[in-house]
Write a protein that binds this ligand. Structure first.
Ligand code: GDP
Length: 427
């Protein structure tokens, strides 16, 4: 099975970084395909603890070629400091490749993000203010600047002049703030161009060659299905598709080349930012889970909202992602929780519904219908075989599997690479 997509099944932060890091050991290529530095993976392995924002989590496996795909928007300042930080920790980044088709996050995108969020006042989307939404909007609006433009400074200057004229009209005319300086941005980006040029390649050529030679490729997603612009809790979502299908576009690997799709799910739910979350816990149990699990965003440090496992949303996610298997993470977080709830359906306007509504207004009205299962009340961080888990933990995993209608291929019981229970061959 040479091409595996690894995608977030919920609202992001499911632990994709850990799973990609682990499965990279047997991969040849890891291609990150969506989002920008608004996403963040935490990876803990024999080399230390790392917070990645743009570099694929395969970077710790010394044989793996790591590709930042065309579907990622890159803030060169963030990428440069991430590469330098990894090098300082002894991680070799010479196998990193940046797609020449990837779009760049520019300083005016950060300002635009900030101004737009501020203007939404009480209806703020809760973006990370890293300019990701405006960068993707410019991509669609044909105003973007791409990595290939860094290789041609005259083209960079031309593209920048055109984009900046548009942005400065917006900043001065609509928001009443000072215009940004062309010279300052151009000089700054010429310096990034010199630093990043050796990494920039045509990754279609690279990956075509890889697939022709039957290399093993992991497509690494960012964020999660419920933030997808089409299928997520619109407008409270992200600007690029975190789905398997988004992986096709964002990596340049056609759908019929993808052999399997692994969805990552926490055994409960979390969400950063605003928008409906039917199983959200506003009580002590939510606070307890947040504290045990240190549920604070990797990129923003914001406390994550906590909820019970939502099997309605999970089943939806399995379908829209075409998942062939699931990895459950953070089973250990529930070690001390006496009774566990799983949402099996919603009550909407007095009726029982088993689907995930399109409208956020409807989703906000949905009351979760729960099934309760006993907890296991014993530590499981050392367990490596499914049969060695307490029977209550086994039942909890199997019930989630049954409700989702998709096989659980692995369960994680701690943040370290080896804290994994392998249940089926995934890659
Ligand atoms: P990602 O963006 O999906 O990679 O997720 P994040 O990095 O934002 O958050 C996942 C966090 O969960 C990281 O800090 C991981 O180290 C941690 N993690 C992953 N799997 C497990 C697990 O099974 N148990 C515990 N306790 N932590 C885990």
């Amino acid at each position: 099975m040479p091409v595996l997509a690894i995608v977030g099944g919920q609202w992001g932060d499911e632990g994709k970084g850990k799973v990609v890091d682990q499965l990279s050991e047997t991969a040849d290529y890891v291609v990150r395909f969506s989002g920008g530095d608004n996403a963040g993976h935490t990876v803990i392995n024999h080399l230390g603890e790392f917070k990645l924002h743009l570099v694929p989590a395969g970077i710790f496996s010394s044989h793996v070629v790591c590709v930042i795909g065309n579907g990622v928007v890159i803030n060169p300042a963030v990428l440069k400091s991430e590469i330098e930080g990894l090098n300082k920790s002894g991680v070799d980044t010479s196998r990193l490749v940046i797609s020449n088709r990837a779009h760049l996050v520019m300083p005016y995108h950060l300002l635009q993000d900030e101004l737009e969020e501020r203007s939404r006042a009480g209806k703020a989307l809760g973006t990370t203010k890293r300019g990701i939404g405006p960068a993707f909007a410019d991509k669609t609006n044909r105003l973007g600047i791409r990595a290939c433009d860094l290789l041609d400074k005259a083209a960079l200057g031309e593209r920048l002049a055109m984009a900046l004229e548009n942005k400065n009209t917006l900043f001065t005319g609509v928001y009443g703030v000072a215009p940004m300086s062309y010279d300052q941005i151009y000089t700054e980006y010429c310096a990034y161009a010199d630093f990043l040029a050796p990494f920039i390649q045509d990754t279609v050529v690279l990956l075509e060659h890889a697939l022709t030679n039957k290399k093993r490729v992991i497509m690494e997603g960012a964020q999660g299905a419920l933030l997808d612009p089409d299928f997520g809790t619109y407008p409270y979502g992200t600007s690029s598709s975190p789905l398997t299908a988004g992986g096709s576009l964002g990596a340049g690997i056609a759908p019929n080349r993808i052999d399997s799709a692994l969805g990552i799910f926490k055994v409960y739910c979390t969400r950063v930012g605003n928008g409906a979350m039917p199983t959200e816990l506003m009580d002590d149990i939510g606070d307890t889970i947040r504290d045990i699990a240190h549920e604070y965003g990797t990129t923003t440090g914001r406390p994550r909202r906590i909820g019970w496992f939502d099997a309605v949303a999970a089943r939806y996610s399995c379908f829209i992602n075409g998942l062939t298997s699931v990895a459950l993470t953070r089973l250990d977080v529930l070690d001390t929780i006496p009774a566990l709830k799983i949402c099996t359906a919603y009550e909407l306007d007095g009726a029982r519904v088993g689907y995930f509504p399109a409208s956020v207004a409807d989703l906000e009205k949905c009351r979760p219908i729960y099934e309760e299962l006993p907890g296991w009340n014993t530590p499981i961080t050392h367990v490596r075989k499914f049969g060695d888990l307490p029977i209550e933990a086994q039942r909890y995993v199997r019930r989630i599997e049954e409700l989702m209608g998709c096989d659980v291929g692995m369960a994680c019981c701690g943040p370290a690479r080896e804290q994994v229970i392998q249940m089926k061959q995934i890659f």
